[in-house]
Design a protein around this ligand. Sequence first.
Ligand code: TXA
Ligand code: MG
Length: 347
Amino acid sequence: MLVDPLTPAPHTIALAAATLRRGGLVAFPTETVYGLGANALDAAAVARIFHAKGRPANDPLIVHIATIEQLDQVAADVPALARTLAAAFWPGPLTLVLRRQPIVPASVSAGRASLAVRMPAHAVARALCAAAGVPIAAPSANMFTRPSPTQATHVLEDLDGRIDLLLDGGPTPIGLESTVLDLTQPQPQLLRPGGVPIEALRHFMPELTFEQRYVDVQDAAPASPGMLLKHYSPRAELQLFAGAPEHALAGMRAATQAAQAAGRRVGILAPDEDAARLADLGAQVVPLGPRADLAQIGRLIFAGMRQLDRQGVELILARGVERSGLGLAIWDRLVRAAEGRVIDVGE
Ligand code: TXA
Ligand code: MG
């Protein structure tokens, strides 16, 4: 169902809210990616989310709220730092991991004592949370391990027939998921870089760092949710090149030619400058915008992976971006899509 992304029609929102209150599943746009929402206080509805996505029950969900009062409804012992960060970044792409209130079914957070919460900024998400009157549990609206959906068509690609309603508000403005910050430890832990850059958080937590720690799907310990390496992956194998630009481009050129000689269809996911340099190879090239425009690359990266999958390529080559600002989140998604296959050509 189409919905205006800036001023959603009240009757559309009311219909979606009623669907949620009845225990249904509603996919909706947020400023980051599309979410697959259910009433977070209804364990049966939450179970349907896991089922629809094929998501393992040990991977906890984010709860979305409309008002700061709802924060205390779902989270207990909210520390002062959480309130400071909420005041600074909400509504927006920051998720805080806090202590779960018993009113929220344990299944939402995969049995943990904690709960991830955020207040989304997108007008459709805000209106839906407000109209539903209940907190909304919503993971990204993709099948487990597929790239997150940044357009309504991506949601249908993965979940058509498995959801009750899809609100199509056009492409999502950030295109990368929220930043996840764990405040249940003595020291805040950045679990996932995302739409709020680490530099903005360091204003409040100067010591904050991000250690990339990933585990394989097979030995995913429940202690490390969301750190799965096989995550956000296109179907095609993705190889990520890092290091000096000229060497990386030469490496990508050689890898393309070798794969083509072996009869493989190759796709290239690259900023405009790289795409132009590699255009002569006869590979499927998806340009992501100017290299310096990390916001644009962030908006297009997941859509680019899906586009190359639809074009039937077997190998996708990508080049790393600078790891500052939104670049840290883009790099993280590329490493995961590559399942760790980073080819460092050196400086
Ligand atoms: O931008 C977003 O965050 C989007 C939109 C829809 O809000 N949602 C999203 O949800 O990306 P999902 O489920 O795809 O990713 C949630 C991440 C996962 O890495 C999960 O492991 C982590 O948050 N997470 C959720 N609850 C947690 C908890 N209690 N403790 C630690 N990590 C948690
Ligand atoms: Mg996800």
